[in-house]
Ligand binder design. Structure first.
Ligand SMILES: [Zn+2]
Length: 481
């Protein structure tokens, strides 16, 4: 069997969350509005209307480029990309061809950086919904509906170099990029809502110079030995899982073809999620097919002032993870917390007053990830654990009671009255062991017999334990035996 090297490049489109659309003042809210209500002559492509670029969208794109170490163009321009689709009212899309806002850069992943080609800004198309059924077909009632609320929404396209070599790494890239966009507050990048859409370019070639094509190195494409195999593009990937699965499927399909000596066709394929298969859609256009030419209605934009205005970057996910690891967290825990902005923020607020941040992270991830209690309260509970006053089980108990509105100080004093909580558990175990008959009565359904066991424990602790807590410890113990 031949050994093939897989080469993957990604193109990711993301809708920005600006107030208005890219080239007009229509509301940018395609997901929540009634169809065709956020439209005007400009985004409907009516004759005589003029596009005006959205400054916030340009600032957001500069921010993304800065976060990813791209070179921000001193001047940037717009171009018309022509193609005819029913969801594109102008019959061209205003995009950026040869002077994108950002060039180069990289996204740092756990095992190395992934080089970027460019990041540019363009406008989204409208949305078509096709209605088709066997019944409709026989009655010739197939129809499609169009919603142009999405036409003209600012869309950022990121293109990576073809330097990814596995499905998992491609997925990891998409996930991390989503986190970057969320961290910068430029998009919710929700794939289910179509706010973030991934396309995969994948090719296979015989692996004869493997040692020189690791992910950290951009191949020299002029060198014939580095010539990649025929590229296939996969679209319609609506989840991270789909990205991973579609690549795995394509690797298998192309490997089988190449082994049989068949030729791979350069084409665009779609992903059928229910069949878990890619399927041929159309032969891939080249840039010549789009007849790009400079947009005559928008002058080039000089970016130096905008670069200043785009402001300081927030802490990026990779910085946050490193910080958490400096605080003593394991890499896995640092990643779990950093990938959810809400949780990361809660954890950081809580960590301000926590003596043992690693212990706090454990407690948070395992016992309080719902964030139903205040961050400061979780820190107080973690501090009780780290000072040895309560154990983990009691902490869980306290969190549950606090969630139900109990007073934290009272809870602490109740639990601390009996001193070492491990001691209380030992007493409970001892009382249970000495009264197995009573235990079997309780197990048989005579619930009220628990009062006797509570009495025994209270006697042993000289009345210092809280009856309610003792009752809970006893029932838990019984249920576990
Ligand atoms: Zn409009």
């Amino acid at each position: 069997m031949k050994n093939f090297e897989v080469t993957i490049g990604l193109e990711i489109h993301t809708e920005l969350n600006t107030q208005s659309k890219m080239f007009c003042s229509c509301k940018n809210d395609p997901f929540n509005s009634e169809p065709n209500t956020n439209v005007c002559p400009t985004c409907l492509g009516l004759p005589g209307s003029l596009p005006v670029p959205n400054k916030q969208a340009i600032l957001d794109t500069i921010k993304i480029g800065k976060a990813l170490g791209s070179t921000i163009a001193i001047a940037t321009k717009w171009d018309r990309k022509h193609y005819f689709y029913p969801d594109l009212p102008k019959n061209f899309q205003i995009s950026q061809f040869d002077q994108p806002i950002c060039k180069g850069g990289y996204l740092p992943l756990a095992d190395g950086k992934v080089a970027l080609t460019r990041i540019h800004l363009e406008e989204d198309t409208g949305k078509l919904t096709h209605f088709q059924s066997a019944l409709a077909l026989s009655e010739k009632k197939n129809y499609s509906l169009i919603d142009l609320n999405r036409a003209g929404v600012p869309l950022v396209e990121l293109v990576t170099e073809p330097v990814i070599h596995s499905a998992i790494k491609a997925r990891e890239f998409c996930e991390e990029y989503q986190l970057v966009l969320r961290t910068l507050s430029v998009s919710s990048a929700d794939m289910e809502k179509g706010e973030m859409r991934c396309e995969v370019n994948i090719s296979l070639r015989e692996n004869h110079r493997k040692q020189e094509t690791n992910s950290k190195q951009i191949p020299n494409f002029n060198d014939q030995d580095f010539k990649l195999g025929t590229k296939v593009e996969i679209k319609n990937l609506n989840s991270f899982r789909a990205v991973e699965r579609a690549i795995q499927y394509e690797i298998k399909r192309q490997t089988e073809m190449l082994e049989k000596g068949e030729k791979i066709i350069q084409e665009t394929r779609g992903w059928n999620d229910s069949k878990q298969k890619t399927y041929a859609q159309r032969v891939k256009e080249t840039s010549a097919d789009y007849r790009y030419f400079p947009e005559p209605d928008i002058p080039p934009i000089e970016t130096s002032e905008l670069q200043k205005e785009s402001g300081k970057l927030p802490e990026m996910p990779w910085e946050k993870r490193k910080k958490f690891m400096r605080w003593g967290l394991a890499e896995k825990d640092a990643s779990i917390l950093a990938k959810d902005l809400g949780k990361a923020d809660y954890f950081e607020r809580s960590a301000k007053s926590a003596k043992d941040k690693k212990g706090l992270a454990n407690l948070f991830i395992n016992d309080a990830s719902e964030m139903n209690i205040k961050a400061e309260d979780l820190a107080s509970i973690a501090n009780e654990i780290s000072s040895g006053k309560i154990n983990r089980k009691i902490a869980q108990e306290i969190i549950r009671k606090k969630e139900n509105g109990a007073d934290l100080k009272k809870l602490f004093s109740q639990y601390q009255k009996i001193g070492d909580t491990n001691k209380l558990e030992k007493i409970v175990k001892k009382v249970i062991a000495e009264n197995l008959e009573v235990v079997s009565k309780i197990k048989a359904g005579k619930k009220e017999a628990i009062a006797f066991l509570i009495g025994c424990v209270m006697a042993e602790t000289r009345g210092q334990a809280e009856a309610e807590i003792v009752a809970e410890l006893i029932s838990r113990s019984i249920n576990n035996t």
